[in-house]
Design a protein around this ligand. Structure first.
Ligand code: TRP
Length: 392
């Protein structure tokens, strides 16, 4: 049976082979597809009015909002107006540790860190090792290794230990399980089937798992009694989980979580998903400068013209160009980004030059990350979730 989510995307025919679900993503959606998903599922597009609301609450707007990377939301307006009247909220996001992390994986975390800094909010980061065990052909031993590595990658962005709480599902099983069963009682098999596209041959753990992913969305109120709203930044493939959570949480006495939703990140080769079986499908955080350069020059999908002459004459389509898109996500100076866009579009910059600019930016970013990764290695314990830590 097909997931409703997939049908809405208009991917019904390719869906059989290449499902677009929370566990498998093909990053080739157009803006129209994104709008369609948002509309169908009742998420709202972030409009100029909400953007101004964010600006006034945060003191500034992150470029990921103005450039459309985070493009939709649920009840963010409500959360912000509560915030304006003095009510706190907390943040929740996560990572499934199924392999090494690439640049695209970090984008939601970069944005989440901005939210944490601007709002001084507590942040729960769920590491779903149980999910990867149930959904992927991986052994716990490997998943554990990725868990440790991925945590270092995430923390190297500079989260603060005082209000950042990393929850590894298998390590906090006692706490999470007791909350997850409260959710699971309200999810029947037919709903899980409809929303996620499961069939009778899927293992029973998969049907249960979404209950685990719902828990951090009410864990702070559940453990502390504090009536704080929860804001979840995520890429749109995770939306089915939070649709279910929004359905169930009010039934067990909690508020629906709010969300801020991003598009998928651009793929190096322009289409297809970044996969660990093809090391050239993405730029990994441990790629050294030479490897980055090689991947960029050889594989990065270009929106430029076939020849330098044509490029000078007609200009590029930066929107579909990997180098431009990743540069746009890593360069904080929006003035610079606009200038590069302009020049590339009108043909003053050649495709190779665009790749060069992006390569330098990526290498600079990765180098800083790796330096901080080593610093943070001895401090990981300070970030681990504990009841005592969230109580204070
Ligand atoms: N299921 C997500 C993944 O596979 C991990 C995750 C758990 C998550 N909780 C989340 C992602 C909340 C975003 C927001 O990567």
């Amino acid at each position: 049976m097909q997931s409703k989510f997939i049908e809405t995307l208009g991917y019904a025919d390719v869906a059989q082979e290449k499902q677009i679900t929370p566990w498998e993503v093909q990053g080739e959606l157009t803006d129209t597809d994104y709008q369609k998903v948002a509309r169908e599922f009742g998420a709202k597009i972030i409009d100029p009015e909400l953007t101004e609301m964010i600006r006034s609450a945060a003191g500034e707007v992150h470029p990921y909002i103005t450039n459309g990377t985070f493009f939709a939301h649920r009840d963010l307006d409500m959360l912000l107006s509560d915030y304006r009247s003095g009510k706190r909220f907390y943040l929740y996001t996560g990572r499934g540790p199924s392999g090494k992390m690439h640049l695209g994986h970090l984008i939601p975390f970069i944005f989440t860190k901005w939210l944490q800094d601007r709002f001084g909010a507590d942040l729960l980061i769920q590491i779903t090792d149980d999910e990867k065990f149930l959904f992927r052909d991986l052994e716990m031993e490997d998943i554990r290794k990725y868990t440790e590595e991925n945590i270092l990658d995430i923390l190297s962005l500079g989260f603060r230990p005082e209000n950042t709480h990393i929850i590894v599902d298998s390590e906090q099983a006692g706490i999470l399980y007791n909350q997850a069963i409260r959710v699971a009682r309200h999810i029947n098999v037919s709903l899980a089937r409809d929303v996620f596209g499961f069939s009778d041959s899927d293992n029973v753990g998969k049907f249960f798992f979404t209950s685990m992913q719902a828990v951090p969305a009410f864990l702070i109120p559940a453990l502390t009694g504090r009536d704080e709203r929860c804001l979840i930044p995520y890429a749109i493939d995770q939306d089915p989980h939070f649709l279910v959570a929004r359905d169930v949480l009010p039934k067990i006495g909690y508020r629906k979580p709010s969300s801020i939703i991003s598009k998928f990140m651009p793929a190096l080769k322009g289409s297809g998903k970044m996969s660990s079986s093809d090391p050239n499908s993405g730029i990994y955080l441990d790629d050294d400068p030479k490897t980055v350069r090689k991947k960029m020059m050889k594989y990065a999908f270009s929106g430029g013209r076939a020849t330098a002459e044509e490029q000078r004459k007609f200009g590029a389509v930066p929107e579909i160009d990997f180098a431009y898109n990743i540069y746009k996500l890593l360069e904080p100076d929006q003035g610079k980004v606009r200038k590069v866009y302009e020049e590339y579009r009108r043909g003053a910059l050649l495709s190779g030059e665009m790749k060069q600019i992006a390569t330098d930016k990526i290498n600079e970013f990765l180098e800083e990350l790796r330096a901080r990764r080593e610093e943070v290695r001895s401090e990981v314990d300070a970030y681990r979730f504990s009841i005592d830590k969230v109580m204070r």
